[in-house]
Design a protein around this ligand. Structure first.
Ligand code: PMP
Length: 399
């Protein structure tokens, strides 16, 4: 039986073949560190690192290559940005359906005197807004960016937003929230884990001050590489969380005050950066609109297959809203863990079950504590994969 991978929200698979090839090229033929040696292979590595910064700067319309900081992934990026920026007495507002990569650093910061407010949600749309929920007549999550305004206080420093939910796939209105941040002079921090490489993100248009990204999902790179891109005004506001050797100004023991060195101590993940280079090049050649159209089309095909099936509920998919390839499902009288296990053991379909590291998202969506079965379609899935998954679910329901 063909194995069908539908867990692209956890990590995308397969990768474009060039990703592995580029990593092998580095390990086999280059192998040198960057910013340390003055020999040819070190310059070669530095060139690809710089090109990767350029690809990221261009993809997200960031200010400059030097503002692109590499980390091991978005979890470290969010920790570095949130813990470096927010100090005792500061206030931050969190937009809907956050991941624990945002909430756990913030809960730690609360213990140090940082104040945190959660954006309000309503379970019904206002007049004129889409109301329909596929497979259900309730349980949508509606969020109006303007509702954030009443949460703003004198000490509010930042708004933190998850651009796309890793639970429901909903894409939230980044441009409107960015505009609100600009209007009120707040820093705008974005978790793009589910949308980078899939949705258009423009740091300048969307007034983003810290765009945190991970390399191994929509950017199609390997695990262990990610980063953040900073706007110029936020740079001096963030204290470096980690420090160490950078290969620059080595006569000093102070942390460099220039980018990217200020936030990039230690030897970087060079095989990871080379792989990410290939993922980003694939995205550039394919076109983000093509990727977006395909993933959303697969997700909508899946929900349309389930629409008429009683006992199945697609979570948080209101019509007319933008979505990524993520679809979460609950099945009446079935434990999601059992459904996911059956999908794997009987149909070779790989999904993810549970709370997806987002307990507050599941609370908002009414699926806490059991969670959902999450199907996440990626660029390399086919319509046939979607139909197989829908048919498998229908059969399980009849058991
Ligand atoms: N934020 C969101 C919305 C996510 O979906 C994830 C991964 N599930 C993360 C943050 C954390 O990503 P990583 O494990 O790559 O650090």
């Amino acid at each position: 039986m063909k194995s069908i991978y539908l867990d692209n929200a956890a990590t995308s698979f397969p990768k474009p073949p060039a990703v592995a090839e580029k990593m092998v090229e580095y390990i086999t033929h280059i192998g040198s560190n960057v910013n340390r040696g003055s020999y040819e292979s070190a310059y070669e590595a530095e060139e690809t690192v710089f090109e990767t910064r350029t690809l990221l700067k261009e993809l997200f319309n960031g200010p400059d290559e030097k503002n692109v900081i590499f980390t091991s992934g978005i979890t470290l990026s969010l920790n570095m940005v949130l813990k470096g920026l927010l100090k005792k007495g500061d206030h931050a507002i969190v937009c809907p359906l956050p991941h624990n990569a945002v909430m756990r650093p913030l809960r730690q910061l609360e213990k140090d005197g940082v104040e945190v407010s959660m954006a309000e949600l309503s379970d019904s749309a206002d007049e004129g807004e889409p109301k329909e929920v596929v497979g259900s007549s309730e349980n949508g999550v509606f969020f109006k960016p303007s509702s954030l305004e009443k949460l703003i206080r004198n000490n509010t420093k930042a708004i933190v937003m998850t651009h796309g939910s890793n639970v429901s796939g909903k894409v939230f209105p980044i441009t409107e929230v960015g505009e609100l941040c600009r209007k009120h002079g707040l820093f705008f921090i974005v978790d793009s884990a589910q949308t980078a490489g899939v949705c258009e993100i423009d740091m300048k248009r969307d007034h983003i001050d810290a765009l945190c990204f991970t390399g191994h999902k929509g950017l199609m790179g390997p695990q262990g590489i990610g980063g953040f891109i900073l706007s110029d005004p936020i740079v001096s506001e963030i204290s470096p969380l980690i420090s160490g050797g950078t290969g620059s100004i080595s006569h000093l023991e102070d942390v460099p005050d220039f980018l990217p060195d200020r936030f990039e101590p230690g030897t970087p993940n060079l095989p990871g950066i080379f792989g990410l280079w290939a993922g980003l090049t694939f995205i550039k050649e394919t076109g983000i609109a093509v990727i977006r159209e395909k993933e959303e089309r697969l997700a909508r095909l899946f929900t349309s297959q389930l629409e008429t099936v009683g006992g199945l509920k697609v979570i948080g998919h209101e019509e007319n809203y933008p979505y990524t390839g993520v679809v979460s499902v609950v099945i009446k009288d079935h434990d999601p863990a059992e459904v996911s296990a059956k999908l794997e053991s009987e149909y070779c379909i790989k999904t993810r079950v549970g709370l997806h590291c987002s307990p507050s998202a599941h609370k908002a969506l009414g699926t806490y504590p059991l969670g959902t079965v999450r199907f996440s379609f990626g660029f390399f899935n086919t319509e046939e994969d979607v139909i197989c998954a829908a048919e498998a679910l229908k059969e399980i329901l009849q058991d």
